[in-house]
Design a protein around this ligand. Structure first.
Ligand code: ADP
Ligand code: MG
Length: 149
């Protein structure tokens, strides 16, 4: 189990609120490179948060960020940050994970790697610089716990 020294909590009350919160989270994650695991059940808001972060970094318009459920990885290039968005929900083995080249992504200059369902794989957990856990808090409310080393 990875220990994280710092934790910040955020609460949003809508999808728009989570998109807007991307700016504050993006600031917390700078300076890159960073590998961050996104935790939370289906529909928690992991992809929505990535949209907000991508927009804050100037890497993509929020509406152009789509879930990499089938492609596994999407890459967005901003002025200062290269954003990799992964969704490992459909990935079953660490062997398949190796073919994705996660190490190269995380080591790339100015990379920020956001990994939905990264918690499934001990190898990803071991090398994560932080994690963001999302919990339902009733209706459209969500709690975000941003934990960093
Ligand atoms: P995940 O990637 O965790 O499966 P998504 O971001 O794809 O989740 O979907 C989140 C869903 O929850 C969307 O349909 C979104 O409209 C809805 N939603 C409702 N309230 C919020 C909120 N506060 N933050 C993020 N998404 C929310
Ligand atoms: Mg998702």
């Amino acid at each position: 189990m990875t220990e994280f020294a710092k934790q910040k909590r955020f609460k949003t009350r809508s999808e728009a609120g989570t998109l807007a919160m991307g700016e504050r989270v993006a600031e917390m994650l700078a300076p890159a490179p960073k590998l961050i695991i996104l935790r939370g059940e289906l529909g928690a808001g992991k992809t929505t948060l990535v949209k907000g972060i991508a927009a804050a970094l100037g890497a993509a318009e929020a509406e152009d960020v789509t879930s990499p459920t089938f492609t596994l990885v999407h890459e967005y290039v901003g002025a200062k940050t290269r954003l990799y968005h992964l969704d490992l929900y459909r990935l079953e083995t660490e062997r398949e994970l190796l073919t994705l080249g996660l190490d190269e992504m995380a080591e790339a200059q100015d990379a920020l790697v956001l990994v939905e369902w990264g918690g499934k794989f001990p190898g990803v957990v071991a090398r994560a610089d932080g994690e963001i856990e999302i919990e339902h808090a009733g209706g459209d409310e969500r709690m975000f716990y941003v934990r960093m080393k």
